[in-house]
Write a protein that binds this ligand. Structure first.
Ligand code: FE
Ligand code: FE
Length: 164
């Protein structure tokens, strides 16, 4: 598909996000399983549920514009997940691995915030307020997840300090 209009650009960006979210749903169960801290595990499990809703939201948008969500692979997310899985395997099980996973997860959330924020703004500029609103909802969820991860990271760090 040659992207020669803003409409096509929007579709292309949305397909990219759809691929990114689907990749994340495959990674999150593994991250939850590898987490030692029970709050971190449930944060990953909860974000999996949210991610499934975010996928439905994207499907809703594709239905509104009469396009298919498929056909693209988000290479950015693929790279983030590959790197995350590598550092996860290198880390010793326990709080150190938890911290490593939080860092990888926050990279992912920031990537999503950048992508959703941009596409939401494009939709606003293109006078598509309904689409912009749906994207904004997901943007907020990613932001909240990022903040929750920062709190959990502080907690695990102080546990590590106390144990030392
Ligand atoms: Fe997401
Ligand atoms: Fe997310």
């Amino acid at each position: 598909m040659k992207v020669d209009s803003m409409d096509k650009m929007l579709v292309s960006e949305l397909k990219d996000l759809y691929s990114a979210e689907n990749q994340i749903t495959k990674a999150l169960p593994k991250m939850a399983k590898a987490a030692s801290n029970s709050q971190l595990r449930s944060a990953f499990e909860q974000h999996l549920k949210e991610t499934e809703e975010q996928i439905q939201r994207l499907e809703q948008i594709f239905e509104m514009i009469g396009e298919s969500p498929r056909g693209k692979t988000c290479d950015g997310m693929k790279g983030l997940l590959e790197e995350g899985s590598q550092t996860m395997q290198e880390a010793e099980e326990g709080p150190v691995r938890d911290v490593v996973m939080i860092a990888a997860a926050q990279r992912i959330e920031h990537y999503e915030m950048a992508a959703y924020g941009t596409v939401r703004t494009y939709a606003e500029r293109m006078d598509k307020p309904q689409i912009a609103k749906l994207l904004e909802m997901t943007f907020e969820e990613e932001k909240n997840t990022d903040q929750k991860l920062t709190q959990l990271s502080e907690k695990v760090h102080s546990e590590l300090k106390r144990a030392a």
